[in-house]
Design a protein around this ligand. Sequence first.
Ligand code: F6P
Length: 520
Amino acid sequence: MNYTNLDQLESYKKLLGAEKKDLKKLLSKERVSSSSVKLGGDLKYNWASIPADDEIIRILQDLADEAELVEKYEEILRGKMMNPGEKRLVLHHLTRGNVLGEKVMYGEEDKEAFYSKEKAKIKDFSEKVHSGEIKGSTGKPFSTVCQIGIGGSDLGPRALYLALKGYERKMEAHFISNVDPDDAAEVIKSLDLERTLFILVSKSGTTQETLTNRDLVLAKLKETPIEGFVPNKHMVAVTSKTSPLASDKSLLASFFIDDFIGGRYSSTSAVGGVVLSLSYGYDTFSEILEGAHEEDVLSLNKDIKKNGALLDALLGVYLRNVLKYPATAILPYSQALSRFPAHLQQLDMESNGKHVNRFGKKVDYVTGPVIFGEPGTNGQHSFYQLLHQGTDIVPLQFIGFCNPQYGMDIITDGSFSQTKLNANLAAQIVAFALGKSDENPNKEFDGNRPSSLIYGSKLNAKNLGALLSHYENKVMFQGFVWNLNSFDQEGVQLGKVLAKKVLKGCEGDEVLKAYSDLLI
Ligand code: F6P
């Protein structure tokens, strides 16, 4: 059904009126073992510690049906224009496989064929770099890659690269994103420029930070006093065919995405594909795609108890709109996922941090929560104090794995480090849910603090792809419920315009002057 406001939905009204549940009473051994849904790879999503009983789950199922959430996902997959603000299709799922098995055409163009061709190019290029067939301009093989990009052209690819660092690498990867010159300086000083391949990534080809860093890197490369050194032959581009970068034939190679892949959804396109294939090999990138595709297929199930992304999305809506919790913390008990919360910040907040619905009307309900996070157990020694005893309740999303990546571990005090890590994870879930009474209020834990858990055997490429897609699809389903266009980002424009306006005549250290100049 088409609706403009949530309260037009009978199921939503029912959800608002449903009796709130006490997590302390709800949580049981039986509930823990019966509350998991299979995700892609060997991941599972467990919602035992969310205060939703059978009645709430039934209403959420009604909400999914009434709001036609899976049907809307199918429309995306069929190539309907689901980003009306920018008049664009939303095709990131197609970069990892055809979920419905139907052709997706844009005019005369077969979109699946376009993405397959780009993947074949990435495979061929990365294999030639690894074999030494493609070398640096002075004849030395490339040993290092360095991605220049920001936002979606940085966060997802960087998070995925770091997530697999426990596995064998073919090339080391570095990333330059911030226009702060110290970011580039710090990275460049560690590079052997003769052996470094730069990947310039910008879908639009107009992003100030990325173009500035490109110029800085090229200027540095031009200073290289080695005979025969050709800076542009140490750089490839990943961009859209319509971007100003697309026509630069002087670069070593160009790879293409198109406007139908949103920046924050682009990790499985050439935006992530080139750097991940160069650093880990194309086969590893393929495994990421396989895990993501598996999860995309599971996300088609209309039964919310069999569709982890949909269930996670709906429980999130319950926590946000009914229980009114303002934030969500992402807490991976895996150091390798250190930048994953940063990626999810963009994915979630740039998609659903909106107050106008897809019909251009202001909404009268709350939308996307604030997202933040850090790996455990480090976070426990930082912000968990507020999570346990602060005045706001923050729903938590834990992520954990049975085995470490490196296989290097030690028994001290009777247990492996990995066992200690997971014991902490389990302890936190229970501490948040059940709390502890104490005569001293300062030592009392109220409990009733909800959390969910995604867990699997190991953080490998396939599970990583499934994890990535789980969150992409969760955010997409939530955007459908809230009736938002989750695929544009008008809210980032004003700052960019003002920065450009004040840039002329402003010296680097004159922040206060620029600030007041804008107020005239
Ligand atoms: O500033 C917002 C944004 O448009 C993001 O959505 C995007 O991921 C990022 O900038 C980078 O864009 P581009 O790949 O076009 O350089």
